[in-house]
Design a protein around this ligand. Sequence first.
Ligand code: G3I
Length: 375
Amino acid sequence: MNRKKIFCFLLTGAAFSACATRQVTTEEPGLKSVLGDKFLVGVALNTHQSSGRDTAAVRIVQRHFNSIVAENCMKCQVIHPQEDRYDFRQADEFVKFGEENGMAVIGHCLIWHSQLAPWFCVDKEGCNVSAEILKQRMKDHITTIVSRYRGRIKGWDVVNEAIMEDGSYRQSKFYEILGESFISLAFQYAQEADPDAELYYNDYNMHTPGKRRTVVKLVNDLRAAGLRITAVGMQGHVGMDYPDLDEFEQSLQAYAATGVKVMITEWDMSALPMVNHTANVSDTVAFRKALNPYPEALPDSVSDRWNAKMTAYMNLFIKHADVISRVTAWGVSDGDSWKNDFPVHGRTDYALLFDRNYQPKPFVKELLNTKSEAY
Ligand code: G3I
C-alpha cells in the first residue's frame, strides 16, 4: 500500500461503512498483498482447514494469508498424549499445508500450563515429579518436536502464558517445580533443537502494566543469559471497549524497546458483552440469554463500532510496522472462533476478519479497496 492509500485508510476509521460497499471479487488482491510489505499476515488453522476439508476456508487462507499457526494440533495434549507416545499426524498435515502454500509456518506451543497432557508434571501416584525429571521431560518434549520440524517451522511459541497481569508468575506445575527457570530452560532446549528457528514468548493481556514489567524483565534476562528470544507475542484477544488502546501501544513499544520484534499472535475482537477480561481457558461463565444478544446477526450499530475498532487496531499495527513482524488472526471465519464458546459456552460471536459466509468484514473490504484503487 502506498503512503497516500495508507493515509486514506487511517482516515476512514469512523466512516468505513459508507465507503465499504464495493463487492470484493476474486480478481482483487488479498490481505497479504495489501499488508505483506509490512508484516506477515497470519491466521490460525484448525484441523478441518489444514487437512483441506474446509474448502471455503482454505480458499480464504490461500488468498489472504502468508503465514499459519496451529490453533490446537501442536499442543502437548494432542501431540504428546503419553510420555512414550507422540502423535504427529495432525501436526504433519498442518506443516505440509503451509509448505505446499509457501507460507511461514508457526508452531504453537511448546510449554503451556493448559492443554498439557496429564502425565507431564506428575508421577504415577499423581505427585509432582522432581525438578530433574521435569527438566528431562521438557527437554525430550521440546527436542523431539522442534527437531522433527527443524528448518520447516519459522518460529515457535516456546512458552505460553506464564505471567499474570500483576506481574507475578503463574502458579503452574512448571513454576511450582522449577520456579522461573522453566522459562529459560525451555528457550535453551528449543534453541539447541533448531538453532535457526525464531523463538517467542507469547501471552494475553499484554497491555497490563504488571505483565509488561515482568515480560520486559524476562526478555532482558533471557538475552543477558545468552539465550535467543526473537519476538514477544501479544495475543490480542480484545473487546470493543477493552483494553485501552494507549495501554496496548505502550506495551508494544516497551517490548520493542528491548530489541526484540513484536507479534500480534492471536488477534480477534469479541462483539459481545464482556463478562471477564481474560483468555485463560478455564475462566468460564455460565450461559444466560442476556449474554448472547445477537444469535442471528450483529446489528448495524454494533457492527459499525466493531469495524471501527478493528480499523483502529490495524492502524496501530501499520503505524508500528517497523517493529511488528507478524499479525495473525485467531481463526478464519466467525464460525470457527473459540470466542463462540468462551468465556460463555454456546454464544454467537463475531470476532474474526471473515463472517460466517466467508465474506470479508467491512474493515477488511476497506483495506482491500485501498490496494485495488492504487492500481
Ligand atoms: O478435539 C476435541 C473433540 O474431539 C471433542 O469432541 C470436543 C468436545 O468438546 O473437544 C475438542 O477439543 C476442543 C479443541 O479446542 C478443538 O476444537 C477442546 O474441547 C477445546 O477446549 C479447545 O479449545 C481451544 C483452546 O485454546 C484450548 O486449547 C481453542 O480451540 C483455541 O482457540 C484456544 O486457543 C488458545 C491459545 O492456544 C492460547 N491463547 C489463548 C487461546 C484462546 O483460549
